[in-house]
Design a protein. Structure first.
Length: 76
């Protein structure tokens, strides 16, 4: 693991520490979790898109000869 130094307002850090204490965790653990999710987002989106495209190529579903205008689709 590597260390990371960030700068935040004292009051923000104080409130974050109090909330973390209420949740029986630490600010460090919360930031680590958020950074892991942030770093993984692109990979998850790419996998989801690849899965969706694979599904769309394999399906027999379609719209047939149906055609719609923009106004028809957005008719309220």
């Amino acid at each position: 693991m590597m260390n990371l130094t960030i700068t935040v307002e004292a009051e923000v850090l104080k409130r974050a520490r109090m909330r973390a204490l209420d949740e029986n965790t630490s600010v460090n653990a919360i930031l680590r979790k958020h950074l892991e999710l942030y770093a993984a987002t692109t990979r998850h989106r790419r996998r989801a898109l690849e899965s969706l495209l694979k599904l769309s190529r394999s399906t027999r579903a379609g719209r047939g000869t149906a055609r719609w205008t923009r106004d028809e689709l957005h008719d309220r």
